[in-house]
Write a protein that binds this ligand. Structure first.
Ligand SMILES: Cc1cc2nc3c(=O)[nH]c(=O)nc-3n(C[C@H](O)[C@H](O)[C@H](O)COP(=O)(O)OP(=O)(O)OC[C@H]3O[C@@H](n4cnc5c(N)ncnc54)[C@H](O)[C@@H]3O)c2cc1C
Length: 374
């Protein structure tokens, strides 16, 4: 890899923005193309903002801890361009019945060994925003967790990338093309061909189609629509109280704009698309809330929206080189962790693009899932 490689990043969500920042600050010549008129229109602008360190999957937990730390203590070049804090510390509670609690305990031990104050508690001693745990459930409390500001994170990443020399073009749908002599490149508005040493595929739900259309062999991805609901202002909400997630029943709540943000953790398989709310979503929230948070099952919803979460079959991220098309680097399938891990990806992704293999990314290699062309 050249010292100053030409890198095109496709996608202006959190994945693309962190890649552009990580690569530009290491001296590479970066252009980011985003199809929409502005960045962050899809999952990156529609998420719940929860910064969660306690994750059962160890490889994701490592990145989550580092990503959460960096959101609280951004590196100097990111701190210089901030106009808002990236995260607010509130603490968090995961409610887990015995099977899920058993899966979380190794993560808890690792978090404690890393110096976090995470611990188990009696759910009755926690503020639960009306959630009703299953019998025998344990509360996993992480005082360091909090709520991130996805818009602040995305705009800081893009600003820092620009300050380091990256170019960001919106309203620029891109296609990957094989160039002369096996080189890779990107075609965008007006059939303009932009040659590159590396193309970073951070196109979110569209990443698989984008790669396949270029003759690459991307891993299969699935996309699931999830709805979020805002209750409107409520009496007695403490804006600084932590978020609460019942991982056994699939329901979470956190303070938002003097009310609560609620989610029934729905997962409906969808094609890559601009996710719109489903007419029956509020009904499904009410049904789930009747068991998991009865106080909210009859409560009217002031606003709802939907987004897609993209996953590989094993639910690990997809980060690394395509097995078929030289120069194509995938950075996608961040599932429900993309905000938390975003900052932690910048440096290892840049190193990987330079041809090194950071250990932290090894579990996410696309080749674990790709059909290698014969
Ligand atoms: C409802 C919901 C709740 C969530 N809650 C949390 C949470 O609490 N905490 C957390 O950490 N994470 C959460 N997430 C996950 C997080 O939002 C995602 O992991 C992350 O936003 C994925 O970022 P991305 O850049 O990969 O995808 P996207 O944000 O979808 O970005 C992909 C971009 O690529 C662009 N693009 C696609 N094709 C092209 C093309 N051909 N040319 C140019 N541009 C193209 C798209 O327009 C889009 O802007 C949540 C997600 C959802 C949907």
């Amino acid at each position: 890899m050249k010292d100053r490689a030409r890198v095109v990043v496709i996608g202006g969500g959190l994945a693309g923005a962190t890649a552009a920042w990580g690569l530009a600050r290491r001296g590479h010549r970066v252009i980011l193309f985003e199809r929409e008129e502005r960045p962050g229109v899809h999952a990156s602008g529609r998420n719940a903002g929860m910064i969660r360190r306690l994750v059962a999957e160890p490889a994701i937990a490592t990145l989550a801890r580092e990503g959460a730390r960096l959101l609280g203590e951004p590196p100097a070049d990111l701190a210089r361009v901030l106009d808002a804090a990236l995260v607010r510390r509130t603490g968090s509670v995961l409610l887990a019945a015995p099977p899920e609690a058993a899966a979380l305990r190794p993560a808890l031990a690792t978090a404690q060994a890393a110096g976090l104050g995470a611990h188990e508690a009696d759910p009755r001693a926690c503020a639960l925003h009306g959630l009703r745990p299953l019998p025998g459930a344990t509360a996993f409390v992480t005082p360091e967790d909090g709520v991130g500001d996805p818009h602040a994170v995305l705009s800081a990443l893009l600003r820092a990338a620009r300050a380091a020399g990256a170019r960001v073009e919106c309203d620029a749908p891109a296609r990957v093309r094989a160039g002369a002599a096996g080189a890779v490149g990107v075609e965008t508005r007006g059939e303009r061909f932009v040659p590159a040493d590396v193309v970073v595929n951070a196109a979110g739900p569209w990443a698989e189609d984008l790669a396949r259309a270029a003759g690459a062999s991307p891993p299969p991805l699935s996309h699931y629509r999830r709805h979020l609901f805002y209750t409107g202002p409520l009496e007695g909400i403490d804006p600084d109280a932590g978020w609460v997630w019942d991982v056994s029943q699939g329901f979470y709540a956190r303070p938002e704009s003097a009310g609560l943000l609620l989610c029934a953790c729905d997962e409906e398989a969808r094609p890559p698309e601009d996710a719109r709310p489903d007419a029956a979503a509020a009904l499904r929230l009410a049904e789930k809330a009747a068991r998991a948070a009865p106080r909210w099952s009859e409560h009217p919803v002031a606003r709802l929206w939907a987004g897609l979460r993209s996953f590989a079959p094993d639910r690990l991220f997809v980060i690394g080189w395509d097995a078929g098309l030289r120069g194509l680097f995938h950075l996608t399938a961040l599932g429900g962790h993309g905000l938390t891990v975003s900052l932690a990806l910048a440096e290892p992704v840049a190193l990987a693009v330079e041809g090194r293999t950071p250990a932290v990314l090894a579990p996410f290699a696309p080749t674990r899932l790709q059909a290698v062309p014969s």
